[in-house]
Design a protein around this ligand. Structure first.
Ligand code: SAM
Length: 505
């Protein structure tokens, strides 16, 4: 058993044998001889499974316990496919995509993901939210928060507030506000040993123990953020009961208003281990083991806040001001959509709003992300135009002072003197058919990758369905009709307008 896998730490192997019993432990250790699993999760806000299966240029196989997950072969390199750059799927281990698939999220929910980077669970949640909803995607690490933002943008999520904060600061401001809170906690990563052997060499009992108080503090923040009746998803990628069931049992004691809920079953799921916790509720937690499912190891539990019994913090109060990275906004300014620079209104010859409206009208854009767009949701900050989520405009969640954030809403583009230049983020937020002025290439057309590398591309006769080249100007380049990037057509040349930061090398 463990002896065949010298990279596994001895104390870890002994504990796993004790937890699983000799027979199951043998199957568990044997799974380390199997290759790791590779999965992609479809962004169903952009594409249906049927449509994806029709256009995907490499073999995929449905993950049986998920509605929108597929196994793929790593040699096919789906991270290099234009469909990936159109944000149609996210590469994620099948185990890691499982917890979110069991959390019930309603279209209009306010959702907070406390430890969200790089965004696997936040983008899955965002794909299920409608235009009334708001997603707070937070990560305490500023470098990881930037990656989180990129993945939110790629997924085309327009109603997100991406923050870079200590979870306790969010809990102080937004106590009792959220319908769903996701806590995918920092953990000892034992479930990833097969995927990344280096994690095993870095593992020690002491390190796992050091994580326990951090996870418990985060759990309290998560409960504080929930409204009555709201749901908490707690997950880790470790098998250590101290970070899993014992954390849940501790929370149930600490916060008696919380109960563990049953989740939609799957034959490969293993129930939570009651162990010495003395609480049978933890059996409703789910363990994902690689010897029982084609997935890396995971643990998760869905809990509900039954009643408001205790809270360390007062329910959130209406915030009157909020701080931008590049300056401070005072009350009322959020509604003033005039551009400001250095505190003064910039004298412009051209009204930025009119420039945006005329761009949208010329492009034939009437909807963004399956919803008719509304001019009153546009906000100009410095020279950038943003589309602000309806929920924050209506004050469903008070954006309180001093929060460090990377993005509020959708970056539409930039106001440059007398014109509006659309951003890549706008292209990615548009759904199939939401822009009239488009050029579409088949998924295997090499010009798509050329364009993504930053090169111009040339249209050919076969690209003109009407028999003549389209008129010059801004165009939305699409892959199989799915928006990919903006470009400017001059004659038959599509000039590359992809920002450097979005180019693929
Ligand atoms: N949910 C993410 C996903 O699905 O892509 C993965 C989250 S990862 C398991 C845990 C995250 O917690 C890391 O991004 C890390 O920066 C953050 N983190 C680490 N220590 C933390 C702490 N003390 N408080 C809050 N977040 C922390």
């Amino acid at each position: 058993m463990a002896g065949n896998h010298s990279f596994l730490p001895g104390e870890f192997s002994v504990r796993m044998e004790r937890l699983l019993g000799p027979e199951e432990a043998e199957a568990f250790f044997r799974s380390f001889e199997e290759p790791r699993t590779y999965g992609l999760r479809l962004n169903t806000a952009k594409i249906s499974p049927e449509e994806f299966e029709r256009i995907v240029p490499f073999p995929v196989c449905k993950i049986p316990w998920m509605e929108n997950g597929y196994f793929y072969n790593p040699e096919d390199r789906p991270g290099k496919c234009p469909l990936y750059f159109a944000g149609l799927y996210y590469l994620q281990d099948p185990g890691a995509m499982t917890p979110l698939s069991r959390l019930l999220i309603k279209e209009g929910d306010l959702v907070c993901d406390l430890c969200a980077a790089p965004g696997g669970k936040a983008t899955a949640a965002g794909a299920r939210l409608g235009p009334e909803a708001l997603l707070i995607a937070n990560d305490v690490s500023s470098s990881r928060a930037k990656i989180l933002l990129r993945n939110i943008e790629l997924a085309g999520i327009q109603n997100a507030f991406v923050t870079n904060e200590q979870p306790s600061r969010l809990a102080e401001r937004w106590a009792g506000c959220f319908d769903c809170v996701i806590l995918d906690a920092p953990c000892s990563g034992e479930g990833m040993f097969r995927k990344e052997e280096s994690l095993a060499s870095d593992w020690s009992v002491e390190k796992t123990q050091r994580l326990v108080p951090i996870q418990r503090e985060l759990l309290l923040c998560a409960v504080d953020l929930l409204r009555m009746g709201g749901s908490l998803l707690y997950s880790t990628c470790t098998y250590n009961p101290g970070e899993d069931e014992e954390a849940i049992a501790w929370l149930l004691k600490e916060r008696p208003e919380m109960i563990v809920k049953e989740v939609s079953p799957y034959e490969g799921f293993s129930q939570g281990l009651e162990g010495d916790t003395g609480n049978s509720q933890v059996r409703k937690c789910v363990r994902v083991y690689p010897h029982k499912m084609q997935a890396e190891g995971h643990f998760f539990a869905v809990l509900e806040k039954k009643a408001e019994i205790s809270s360390r913090v007062q329910p959130g109060t209406e915030g009157s001001e909020w701080t931008l990275e590049a300056g401070t906004k005072k009350q009322g300014e959020a509604k003033n959509r005039k551009s400001k620079k250095g505190g003064k209104t910039k004298n412009r010859e051209h009204d930025p709003e009119k420039l945006i409206l005329s761009f949208f009208s010329e492009m034939g854009i009437e909807r963004i992300g399956n919803c008719a767009w509304k001019p009153d949701q546009i906000e100009i900050r410095e020279d950038k135009a943003y589309y602000i989520p309806k929920a924050s405009r209506e004050g469903k969640l008070a954006l309180s002072p001093g929060l460090r954030f990377l993005r509020h809403g959708l970056l539409l583009g930039e106001i440059k003197k007398d014109r509006f230049e659309p951003e890549e983020t706008l292209a990615l937020a548009l759904r199939k058919g939401e822009c009239r002025e488009r050029i579409t290439f088949g998924v295997s057309d090499e010009r798509l990758l050329k364009y993504l590398r930053g090169e111009p591309v040339f249209l050919e006769e076969k690209d003109f369905p009407e028999g003549k080249p389209p008129k010059s100007g801004w165009k939305l380049l699409c892959v199989e009709e799915y928006p990919l990037a903006f470009g400017k057509l001059v004659g038959n040349q599509l000039k590359n307008k992809l920002p450097l930061s979005w180019r693929q090398v």
